[in-house]
Design a protein around this ligand. Structure first.
Ligand code: HEM
Length: 240
């Protein structure tokens, strides 16, 4: 990995702890948040099969697949462009994270006494909890259909992805401490979804209890068991 250490030098660190902690936070943030997002996403897809059909249609019209075609490696400009064109899939992922934000709450403290837009006075000693899970479900913010899963709300009339302000769609947080990995996370999740939906049919194993586990990451308490079935005979693939 090529690392630009110019700014790191400015911090004049006495040891490499800062760099170690930063790399660790990247690994943890990437792994845990993405796995939470994808687990809820695939569960939502299982109860919204019409969304799966639309995602597959978008993938196939954006990058039609023919028998024996080379599989994407996702390491070139064409692949990145292909992922960027998947507007409906982006909306479907955003919509899942609106209802099931991988980081379900945040804690903040004001640096000095302040007044919130709601009129509440806050002291510097106060800790303010922000419930992203509740925010994503508020009718006042998202409209009367706030509890419904509708990827379409993220697609404009002209077919462009609606980028809601970060303080409204809070899953990646907002302001100077917002998630640094948002675009990487979206890209990784789209790659995973494309590969799974193109190659497999999936069915959630029946009789499971689906409930969130309270914690800093919104995990599924009992995990999610699914059954995958290959969609095409193996001989149709040329795996690189
Ligand atoms: C679905 C995936 C992800 C979600 C929902 C997510 C969400 C968030 C949220 C809510 C925060 C603010 C946390 C806080 O301040 O308490 C955050 C911070 C951060 N995220 Fe992510 N994240 C995701 C993936 C990633 C990935 C893949 C990376 C990098 C590889 C990453 C790197 C970071 C870093 C470095 C911060 C700290 C930023 C700072 O404090 O200045 N995240 N993320």
């Amino acid at each position: 990995m090529k690392l630009d250490a110019t700014k790191y030098e400015l911090l004049n660190p006495s040891d490499d702890k800062f760099l170690r902690d930063t790399i660790l936070s990247f690994i943890l943030a990437g792994r845990d948040a993405i796995s939470s997002a994808l687990t809820w996403f695939f569960w939502i897809l299982s109860v919204n099969p019409q969304v799966v059909t639309k995602i597959r249609k978008e993938i196939n019209t954006t990058l039609p697949r023919t028998s024996g075609q080379k599989r994407a490696c996702y390491d070139d400009d064409d692949s990145i462009e292909f992922l960027n064109k998947l507007v409906y899939l982006s909306g479907a992922l955003y919509e899942a994270m609106r209802l099931y934000p991988p980081v379900p709450f945040e804690r903040m403290s004001p640096v000095k006494p302040d007044v919130l837009p709601s009129g509440h006075k806050v002291d510097a000693s106060m800790k303010i909890l922000i419930f992203l899970y509740a925010l994503g479900r508020m009718e006042a913010v998202w409209g009367q259909d706030a509890l419904e899963y509708k990827p379409e709300r993220w697609v404009s009339k002209t077919g462009v992805l609606v980028e809601e302000p970060s303080y409204k769609f809070f899953a990646f947080f907002g302001g100077p401490r917002a998630c640094l990995g948002k675009h990487l996370a979206m890209r990784v999740m789209k790659m995973v979804v494309v590969e799974i939906l193109q190659n497999y049919d999936f069915k959630v194993v029946e009789g499971q209890k689906i409930e969130p586990a309270p914690g800093p990451i919104l995990r599924m308490k009992h995990g999610l068991r699914v059954k995958l079935t290959k969609r095409y005979p193996l001989k149709e693939y040329k795996v690189l």
